[in-house]
Design a binder for this molecule. Structure first.
Ligand SMILES: Cc1cc2nc3c(=O)[nH]c(=O)nc-3n(C[C@H](O)[C@H](O)[C@H](O)COP(=O)(O)OP(=O)(O)OC[C@H]3O[C@@H](n4cnc5c(N)ncnc54)[C@H](O)[C@@H]3O)c2cc1C
Length: 448
């Protein structure tokens, strides 16, 4: 059996960031199962083109201005439109400080993932792409812990530290963590009633409709917890138009009238049907044919989908050398999109503590790097959890008053805004679902 210091499962932003930091001092091997895309030769990480950053996310991801110059930026955006069923608020400033002067940008996800891999390889990390990890078994030894990975095809690898970065599918992470805790983690990371699917289409817009400097989100038009359509501009008049929808939410008769993207037929629309209706609603004098699919992009003919779970983050059984990062730990999920930066931040934290022989510090390290951002995401998700379309309109109209209103309007909305702020502060508390002390370390012993 081959032995390495560190085995990383998954070569997304979390895995590559971890590998680069760890490879400074350790032998590192990264296993990536390999996903095909229209816009990449061969297989690579699951780079679902999900790439927008707000200004302060660069700080969370610890991206320096020098590294930013290498990033494959597609569009600089100057505002986000946050819409409810009938109201829209425009945000031009996140209010959080950053060295980056603009509001945000979109980037080429495939090129960015490849860049992170190159940077890890430069430091000596070895990548095994097209190799799926089937499982991880952990043991106590006389000196600490050891982890044995089984790779599809039967190969086995032994590692002192394993960094689990297999994204929101968590097929390796869940059983690996269950060795330390038989039920809590599974319930926390795999809630049966809140699994979502993100689906998007790369569509080429007519010149007069393509806007390259705005991100758009619209809430309260699809039933289900934090379900919504969005618009993200990429290059060459192509925008990514997509939806996040919960799996298995049935539509009942009352919903038909309440939600703008439902129709009177009582059926649950497929994600692609939601996208079609969104475009119809936003651009009523155009037809779908005016927005042809950019079939050379995405995973499959200009489309792609990706599982996500609306979960809270978990800590890792770090002192045993099992570190979970990014989507695998639920760090990127509570409010769905907005995870590349925390994937990088948690990955870097995992790699850094490994390189410096202080794996037990991992949970403190990632909290320092992005705990505030995770609490913000969990707080927001909890705040809007049971919102109806009317609640969304009310929220957006308060946001509009706060962001764009004159003093009189702001004054009128002040009591509601204060109440929301109080609820939100409360909702941020206890944002971690499983803490390190919840784990048990009574693993089988390996004597040789
Ligand atoms: C539609 C959509 C829009 C989004 N928009 C944004 C956005 O605008 N900005 C933003 O910052 N974030 C966005 N996100 C979130 C962002 O894409 C994720 O948070 C991020 O990819 C998480 O990184 P990760 O490295 O943890 O996981 P992933 O990127 O999912 O990487 C995990 C990797 O592990 C591999 N893997 C899985 N199982 C195995 C196995 N058994 N063996 C080997 N390899 C395995 C997978 O193939 C994959 O490459 C969006 C997500 C979606 C779905």
């Amino acid at each position: 059996m081959e032995s390495v210091d560190v085995a990383v499962v998954g070569a997304g932003p979390a895995g590559c960031s971890a590998a680069r930091e760890a490879a400074d001092e350790k032998t590192v091997v990264v296993f990536e199962k390999g996903v095909r895309r229209e816009d990449r030769d061969g297989v690579g990480p699951d780079s679902t083109d999900a790439a927008g950053f707000l200004d302060y996310w660069l700080e969370v991801a610890d991206v320096s201005p020098e590294f930013f110059d290498e990033m494959p930026v597609l569009q600089e955006v100057e505002r986000a439109e946050l819409a409810g069923p009938t109201e829209t608020a425009t945000m031009r400033d996140t209010g959080i400080s950053s060295w980056y002067d603009g509001f945000g940008f979109t980037f080429d996800r495939v090129a960015m993932d490849d860049l992170l891999r190159e940077r890890a390889e430069e430091r000596g990390a070895e990548f095994c792409v097209g190799e799926t990890v089937r499982g991880v078994e952990s043991f106590r030894t006389s000196g600490g812990y050891v982890h044995e990975l089984t790779v599809a095809g039967g190969e086995e690898v032994r590692a002192e530290t394993v960094i689990l970065a297999d994204g929101p599918s968590r097929r390796v992470t869940l059983p690996a963590l269950a060795q330390f805790d038989e039920s809590g983690v599974e319930d926390a990371l795999n809630p049966r009633d809140a699994n979502h699917i993100a689906y998007q289409e790369h569509r080429r817009f007519p010149d007069e409709l393509f806007e390259d400097d705005v991100l758009r989100f619209r809430w309260g038009v699809i039933p289900g917890e934090t379900a919504y359509p969005w618009y993200f501009p990429n290059d060459d008049n192509v925008a990514r138009v997509g939806v996040t929808v919960p799996r298995g939410v049935g539509i009942d008769a009352d919903d038909n009238e309440e939600y703008a993207l439902l129709r009177d037929d009582g059926t649950t629309p497929a994600p692609s049907e939601y996208v079609r209706r969104y475009l119809e609603d936003e651009y009523p004098s155009y037809s779908l044919d005016d927005f042809p699919l950019a079939e050379e992009r995405g995973k499959d003919g200009g489309t792609e989908s990706y599982p996500i779970s609306s979960t809270r983050p978990v800590e890792s059984p770090a002192r045993a050398g099992v570190l979970v990062a990014g989507g695998a730990m639920g760090a990127t999920s509570a409010f769905h999109e907005g995870g590349y930066h925390v994937a990088m931040a948690t990955g870097k934290a995992a790699g850094r503590v490994t390189a410096e022989d202080r794996v037990a510090d991992y949970n403190d390290e990632w909290r320092d790097a992005c705990g505030d951002e995770l609490a913000r995401n969990v707080g927001l998700a909890r705040l809007v959890g049971g919102y109806t379309p009317d609640d969304w309109d009310a929220l957006v109209s308060h946001a509009k008053a706060a962001l764009e209103g004159g003093w009189l309007r702001r004054l009128r909305h002040a009591p509601a805004i204060l109440l929301l702020q109080r609820r939100y502060s409360k909702a941020r508390n206890g944002y971690v679902a499983v803490c390190e002390e919840d784990y048990e370390y009574s693993l089988p012993k390996r004597t040789k």
